[in-house]
Design a protein around this ligand. Structure first.
Ligand code: SF4
Ligand code: SF4
Length: 270
């Protein structure tokens, strides 16, 4: 069992520059508590291999000389989900971003790590609890979504989310896009948005009876890293279930009781 530890995001990296410095505590999570019972036969989740992400980011930074470089997962997410870019990091929405972490502990290798941050599709999402109009909701399969027609832009959900996973559209997102993916609903100025676990891909794959693959996971696989694994943790034979059984998955900020469903493995080189 990994002992409780504190992680400190020391600086924004890649797309993380709009993120406020935040302290993240993480604790190992036993398989028995991964999810509470729900009506669906599926519970979608993601596993992130931090060692692989760190190697990938260091390679990109070395090659480009740019500490803010966007790796393939982030580029793919932005393109797939019509995430706009106004070249203004204070207002650019971010569905997936890369954070540079430093273990708040002496003599730990590697000292510096890179991890992707995205919506955790929490089992107990505070963003849903505070939503005045029920625009934010959790599906039976665990995906937390936003109904853009109901969002009034009050931003209570952004305050409630302990992970800074949500972004506000200060401008019309269409003005920050070179092309639009018609499969993903366009947002408007004045609403909140975030990672959906590529819900359109999930629903399409389920309808076809195949395994879903979010855009970031696909990009990471095509790039030859396989640092991200997505799947149904209610299926004991899924790849993600097998990984979670044989590793020590870590959830971010478990003290909030949100039960995040993005799990991190090999955090701190273990
Ligand atoms: S990570 Fe934040 S936005 Fe995502 S479900 Fe949890 S509380 Fe909501
Ligand atoms: S699951 Fe989809 S929406 Fe979420 S970070 Fe990955 S590509 Fe972006």
């Amino acid at each position: 069992m990994i002992s409780r530890r504190k992680l400190l995001i020391i600086a924004g990296a890649a797309t993380a520059s709009a993120m406020l410095p935040v302290q993240i505590s993480a604790v190992s999570q036993g398989q028995e508590n991964l999810s509470e019972a729900a009506s669906s036969t599926r519970r979608w989740a993601m596993v992130v291999d931090v060692q692989k992400c760190t190697e990938c980011m260091k390679e990109f930074i070395r090659k480009t000389g740019n500490p803010e470089v966007k790796p393939p997962c982030v580029v793919a997410c932005d393109k797939e989900n019509n995430v706009p870019e106004f070249e203004n990091k204070k207002i650019d929405p971010q569905w997936m971003r890369i954070a540079r972490l430093k273990l708040d502990k002496e003599s730990v290798e590697p000292e510096e790590m890179y991890i992707p941050l995205l919506c955790n599709h929490c089992e107990h999402p505070p963003c849903v609890q505070v939503c005045l109009t029920k625009a934010s909701f959790k599906r039976p399969d665990g995906i937390v979504e936003i109904d853009m027609h109901r969002c009034i832009g009050c931003r209570y959900c952004m305050i409630a989310c302990p992970y800074g996973a949500r972004s506000f559209n200060y401008l019309d997102p269409r003005e920050g896009l070179k092309e639009v993916n018609p499969k993903v609903q366009m947002r408007t100025e004045g609403v909140v948005e975030k990672c959906t676990f590529c819900v359109h891909r999930v629903d399409e794959a389920v309808a076809k009876g195949i395994e879903p693959e979010p855009a970031c996971v696909e990009a990471c696989r095509l790039f030859g890293k396989n640092a991200l694994v997505f799947g149904n943790i209610k299926d004991p034979n899924s790849e993600i279930s097998k990984i979670l059984r044989k590793t020590m998955p870590v959830q971010l900020r478990p003290e909030f009781g949100t039960d995040p469903h993005v799990f991190y493995i090999k955090l701190g080189g273990e």
